[in-house]
Design a protein around this ligand. Sequence first.
Ligand code: SAM
Length: 217
Amino acid sequence: MLYIVATPIGNLKDITFRAVEILKSVDLIACEDTRHTKILLEYYGISKPTTSFFQHNRFIKGEYLLNLLKEGKNIALVSDAGTPGILDPGYNLINLAIRNNIELTFIPGPTAFVNALVLSGKPTHEFIFAGFLPNRSLARQNRLKKLANLKQTIVFYESCHRILATLEDILAVFGDKEIVTARELTKKFEEVKRGPVKDILEELRRQKPRGEFVVVI
Ligand code: SAM
């Protein structure tokens, strides 16, 4: 059986009892970065073999894990943060398992965009999760223009390296709209900024942006 296990997005305590139980019981834990996941495993006294499953080995490692599953092994799939399959290579293994009739289940937990959406105070009855926007400004603006035609709340991920450029593009496409940026969610320096794009840009320019961001429009 393949257990898709959500793990914390920052605060090690954000994991369910069932997730810990499953991680203690499986034969193998497939992680994006084994060193990163070891911190969590050590915190909960879990000593199980781990193997890496990430973007660049996902096809070859996917086949390897599939064979183990076919032999009857129980495998847990975790990612570096949050829910496997949400913008990480977990999707490939899940898809492969389904195509090969492997039994699978999901042990739910944190996902960064849900935290940001809830904290944003924006309407949540309909929303679009836009993943990561393109890296290059022209492509990003084009994507934002398409999103601007929608009526729903828009939520997407952004890194600290691109947040300023992305906010400038939001300003260019949407005007000085009320938006929300959420940073370091569940961590010690969690910070949610709500306000017109220009104000948030100004604040973020003053202190070099750090950490991981979610933006809600
Ligand atoms: N699987 C993850 C999930 O369930 O949310 C998402 C993985 S994606 C590769 C990583 C991105 O998620 C980061 O670049 C950031 O935008 C967002 N993210 C993850 N943890 C976060 C946190 N604690 N605070 C804000 N954003 C976070």
